[in-house]
Unconditional design. Structure first.
Length: 118
């Protein structure tokens, strides 16, 4: 049973930093792609950042230059370093993963709350 467990969320002031961690377990395969979505109250879920097994990254425009995604293929773990946080970054952040198992199946974590106070 594949599980994704997120950690690192919390309450931070404007301009502060947080580091989210997502650890995947239960797969015999390394990840093909991992990433983060977020969902703010009353808004649609938004893709924040992704990373592939070849370390290719992608970001939504609103976080470019402030957020950095990185990954550890051996540990099936992905990190999201968030700097210069803004109130608009307040949301529940969800980790997802697809593995190199020949199937296109996306697994999701339960989410971690990030709150940026002004």
């Amino acid at each position: 049973q594949v599980q994704l467990v997120e950690s690192g969320g919390g309450l931070v002031q404007v301009g502060g930093s947080l580091r989210l961690v997502c650890a995947a377990s239960g797969s015999r395969f390394s990840f093909n792609v991992m990433g983060w979505y977020r969902q703010a109250p009353g808004k649609q879920r938004e893709l924040v950042a992704t990373i592939t097994d070849t370390s290719r990254t992608n970001y939504v425009d609103s976080v470019k230059g402030r957020f950095t995604i990185s990954g550890d293929n051996d540990k099936n773990t992905v990190y999201l370093q968030m700097n210069s946080l803004e109130p608009e970054d307040t949301a529940v952040y969800y980790c997802y993963a697809d593995f190199n198992d020949g199937k296109v199946v996306y697994y999701w974590g339960q989410g971690t709350q990030v709150t940026v106070s002004s």
